[in-house]
Design a protein around this ligand. Structure first.
Ligand code: BEZ
Length: 223
């Protein structure tokens, strides 16, 4: 059995067919961040809403240097037909044009590699009875390290504001010796990392406030 993927694991590399042509995953990521996300099945309602939202948020991903790629155990022909429905339905919420690649993982090679298959829910299967993919999200950094994993139930569409919020936190905490508090969003005060001593804190974060020796907040340092 493949070892389970954890935060800090290297995202496994693979080759796959996608709606944007064949890819080698690591090469496709290049120097960007990446979101690999799976949906259970094409032509299903919740998935139709999710993939449209991801298309509408393309500028939000781009400005953070994030590439997005979808995946399900459906074939290319199915994906390509379904994309037309996604765009048509999504238009009521704003211009919707799915340009990001969707992996056609009929063999379930990638889904197995990333442990995305739903082995528990006997109803989450295709016509042949083979398991479909869970709504999974992997956020991968430019070093190809897995930085976030989330699994959602089939009945619940994902919140891409939250995924973007975590990416904002990861990108800022990679740059500075800080952490981000509950419900943090870009522009809010941040927390000084425990490794920063009191004297160092005065220099690095002159505007900080000490609530407790272990809980010090500060405006976000300028870049
Ligand atoms: C949906 O996208 O609506 C869906 C897909 C698979 C199982 C349940 C719901």
């Amino acid at each position: 059995m493949a070892p389970s993927l954890r935060l800090g694991s290297t995202a496994p590399d693979f080759e796959a067919e996608t709606t944007a042509g064949p890819i080698k995953f690591h090469e496709w990521i290049g120097d960007s961040w990446a979101i690999l996300f799976s949906h259970p099945d094409d032509f299903t309602p919740v998935c139709t809403t999710e993939l449209g939202e991801v298309a509408r948020r393309s500028e939000d991903f781009k400005k953070r240097g994030v590439k997005v790629i979808g995946l399900s155990a459906n074939g290319l022909e199915s994906h390509n037909k379904w994309v037309k429905d996604i765009n048509e339905y999504g238009a009521q919420f704003g211009p919707t044009d799915v340009q990001y690649p969707i992996i056609a993982d009929e063999s379930r090679k990638v889904a197995t590699l990333y442990d995305m298959l739903d082995e528990q829910d006997a109803t989450n299967v295709d016509k042949k009875g083979l398991p479909l993919t869970i709504r999974t999200v992997f956020v991968i950094d430019p070093k190809k390290t897995i930085r976030l994993t989330i699994s959602y139930p089939a009945s619940t569409g994902r919140n891409f504001d939250e995924i973007l919020r975590v990416i904002d936190s990861l990108q800022i905490t990679d740059k500075h010796r800080i952490a981000t508090p509950v419900n943090w969003k870009k522009g809010d005060d941040v927390i000084i990392h425990a490794s920063v001593g009191p004297e160092e804190a005065k220099t690095l974060f002159p505007q900080h406030t000490t609530f407790k020796p272990y809980l010090r907040t500060t405006p976000l340092p300028s870049q």
